[in-house]
Design a protein around this ligand. Structure first.
Ligand code: FAD
Length: 315
């Protein structure tokens, strides 16, 4: 579908539309094609107007800050929705609750909790996504996950209806939520506890230095590529160990490489395509299957069209 004809079919909104919008700069891997249309809602009401008025045949994809995304080289058909400044508020509710918009970076929420002397969100200090992605992925680290701190979240349905979801509605498991993929989360309420600022700060510093030492956090990466087959069980099999044992450390394909530092991370060394990265991930899966019999499951979300699919659509 040509983006010019698509945009004329979309409802009038207060937010912004951009045709043929490059998505690579919006992801950590810095690869991938363009969105037919990128829509940035002004706020939750604007998003609801958009969803109510958007024709049902238009594919919709929501993205956060792209720290867990591999956008394929042919870009994304339809409208890509990205929350912006209308979703960056953080408010205290009572003594021990924080409500935040879903474009708030996890790290900013951790910092706000520290400033308010509230404990429980320190683990977000090491996760470079925003809260919408954290809700969808059940983001977690150091023994805590989003499901341990979430009370409820506000979302908008494909039909433009605003709904409230309880923690139980998310059907959380390891790095996964069962909630409908059509829902767009707009804000979330977290349960925290009063704590000692110095202790909270010390815990966050510990997390920062542990990350710096063990992960290629300054590289173009998507974080952990595959889920640990043992989930959150500390004694279960770890993806990185299986990859290492299968000879995957440092493996390359085009401009993509398995990190030497942490071999469950894929890296764009400079000129990788999304096809290089996805192909390398599949090479790794095949090696691990061959060596251990275990089939690794992608944690990174791979979305959009391949370059060949996009050419086929244009022809
Ligand atoms: C260096 C590095 C370290 C990382 N470490 C960790 C870690 O320790 N623990 C961990 O859990 N993850 C980690 N990650 C992965 C990633 O940061 C998390 O999965 C994060 O929660 C993704 O958030 P995001 O905003 O980047 O979402 P995106 O990557 O943009 O999207 C991820 C998914 O969330 C959906 N989504 C995003 N926003 C919304 C919304 N508003 N409503 C509905 N769905 C939405 C998208 O459709 C997509 O399916 C790491 C990534 C990197 C690059």
């Amino acid at each position: 579908m040509a983006s010019a004809s698509l945009i004329s079919r979309l409802p009038q909104v207060r937010g912004s539309y951009k045709e043929n919008a490059p998505l690579a700069p919006l992801t950590w891997f810095r690869v991938g094609g363009a969105a037919d249309v990128l829509y940035m809602p002004a706020d939750a009401d604007d998003l609801a107007v958009f969803l109510a008025g958007c024709p049902a045949d238009v594919p919709l994809t929501v993205v956060g800050v792209g720290s867990n995304l591999l956008v394929r080289d042919g870009g994304i058909e339809g409208v890509v929705i990205r929350l912006g400044s209308g979703f960056t508020f953080i408010e205290r509710e009572g003594d021990t609750r924080l409500r935040a918009g879903c474009a708030v970076p996890d790290i900013a929420l951790a910092k706000a909790a520290l400033d308010a002397g509230l404990t429980g969100l320190e683990f977000y200090r090491g996760i470079p996504g925003a809260l919408g992605g954290a809700l969808r992925m059940n983001a977690g680290a150091y023994g805590r996950e989003t499901k341990d701190v979430l009370v409820e979240a506000e979302a908008v349905t494909r039909a433009g209806e605003k709904v409230t979801l309880s923690n139980a509605d998310f059907g959380y498991s390891y790095r996964h939520s069962d909630v409908s993929p059509d829902l767009i989360f707009t804000s979330a309420l977290f349960e925290v506890a009063k704590g000692d600022k110095a202790e909270i700060a010390a815990r966050m510093d510990e997390i920062t230095s542990s990350r710096e030492g063990s992960q290629p956090i300054r590289s173009r990466t998507g974080g952990s590529t595959f889920k640990n087959p043992g989930g959150t069980n500390p004694d279960g099999p770890k993806a990185w160990k299986l990859i290492d044992a299968a000879g995957g450390r440092g493996l390359k394909r085009g401009g993509a490489q398995v990190s030497e530092q942490h071999c469950n991370f894929l890296i764009n060394t400079g000129d990788a395509t999304a096809a290089d990265l996805e192909g390398l991930g599949e090479d790794v899966r095949a090696r691990v299957k061959e060596a251990s019999g275990i089939e690794l499951e992608w944690e990174i979300k791979r979305i959009g069209r391949t370059a060949a699919d996009a050419e086929g659509q244009a022809a």
